[in-house]
Design a protein around this ligand. Structure first.
Ligand SMILES: NC(=O)c1ccc[n+]([C@@H]2O[C@H](COP(=O)([O-])OP(=O)(O)OC[C@H]3O[C@@H](n4cnc5c(N)ncnc54)[C@H](OP(=O)(O)O)[C@@H]3O)[C@@H](O)[C@H]2O)c1
Length: 345
């Protein structure tokens, strides 16, 4: 199958391209960037030298190639992505699209506009986008034309919360203290992500008002029919990649920790990429992989259930999850081309 990638020069796009290039069923037809068109991507990411010879093309040239591909990946900022989707659909309405941005993840457009701060320009297409979290929406993804690839933090929060919310074993009040490496903010230079700001430092940001909050609440409500009070407090830590969500909640009266483990086994025991670990995981356990490590711990003194969940933001949080979705849409083995690297360092 033939694919094109917009936003090729960003961290998400670059990671996606390195996976697509090795995927046995994929031919990478074009990679696009407006600000770096005309040069090879390997000029920006020297590690690709000798592995990827593609030259970046601008979006005008990419338009001319839209008839010759089967699938488009968009790894563009939110707001920008929806304008590209609009243009792409107008040129080739048969194309399949996987969008890595937040533009099509939230079905409630009033909530979208409130949290993202601008009007949605393609409202009528939002219902056609399937939320691309394979462990929850596998059958819908197989039939989808358009996929809204989940956010990195939401992937790490929804997966541990969903089975327990679905079974109604939690009090509906959830607090998440989460950490992310700096690549979560993308490659564009920003003052707060300079080496001297991040090194030897940890700081919270957007507590209670991060755009990923409504995404989690909406997907949990859609899949379980349940609402919850939800507080999300993300932090930047001095790592280049990795997401760590520590989730605090309370078991309903009479529910035991053993039941929690049994529920997880029922929901995720056969999932290729979810590991229910007997230990508290770390980001290095899942580094550069599509895996999710989840561990639960019940503290009887404070009557608190703590869920630990870790992923790689650029892989399961973005690009390898996008390929997992592509595999499902095309009927390939779901793990094809992504169950690859297990680097510890
Ligand atoms: N980073 C993560 O961990 C992560 C995880 C999950 C989802 N996402 C989402 O994935 C998307 C890409 O994230 P990223 O981290 O890869 O961002 P990034 O490193 O900042 O890259 C953004 C890409 O978009 C292009 N771009 C920026 N503004 C543009 C504009 N006005 N018109 C056309 N192209 C434009 C840039 O191209 P040029 O600068 O070359 O023009 C670059 O290729 C975002 O929506 C992000 O929220 C990211």
């Amino acid at each position: 199958m033939k694919v094109g990638v917009y936003g090729a020069t960003g961290y998400g796009g670059m990671q996606l391209i390195t996976l697509l290039q090795r995927h046995p069923e994929v031919s990478l037809e074009f990679i696009s960037s407006n600000s770096h068109s005309g040069i090879p991507l390997s000029n920006l990411y020297k590690k690709l030298t000798g592995r990827l010879s593609h030259i970046l093309i601008d979006s005008e040239e990419a338009k001319a190639r839209l008839e010759s591909v089967d699938l488009i990946f968009l790894a563009l900022p939110h707001g920008v992505s929806m304008s590209y989707v609009k243009e792409i659909i107008a040129i080739n309405p048969h194309l399949k699209i996987i969008d890595l941005s937040g533009d099509f993840r939230i079905q409630n457009l009033q909530i979208y506009e409130e949290w993202y701060g601008f009007d949605h320009i393609l409202k009528e297409k939002v219902p056609e986008f399937v939320y691309g979290l394979p462990e929850l929406f596998r059958e819908k993804i197989k039939k989808a034309q358009y996929i809204a690839n989940p956010g990195c933090f939401p992937t790490s929060m929804i997966l541990p919360l969903y089975p327990l919310m679905d079974q109604g074993v939690l009090e509906p009040r959830v607090i998440v203290d989460a950490k992310t490496g700096v690549s979560g903010a993308g490659r564009k230079a920003k003052e707060q992500f300079l080496f001297s700001e991040v090194q030897d430092n940890t700081y919270a940001y957007n507590t209670g008002r991060h755009r990923h909050s409504p995404e989690v609440v909406e997907i949990i409500r859609e899949t379980t029919g349940k609402t919850m009070e939800f507080l999300f407090s993300p932090h930047i830590v001095p790592s280049s990649r990795g997401i760590y969500s520590t989730i605090y909640t309370t078991l309903r009266e009479g529910v035991t920790p053993e039941e929690i483990n049994a529920i997880y086994q029922t929901y995720y025991g056969n999932e290729a990429f979810i590991e229910l670990t007997p230990f508290i995981p770390s980001t290095k356990d899942v580094n550069r992989s599509n895996r999710v490590f989840i561990h639960s711990f019940h503290d009887p003194l404070s009557k608190t259930l703590i869920l630990f969940s870790t992923i790689d933001n650029l892989m399961k949080g973005a690009s390898s999850q996008a390929i997992q979705n592509m595999n499902l849409m095309w009927g390939f083995d779901e793990t094809l081309g992504i169950d690859t690297d297990y680097y510890y360092l």
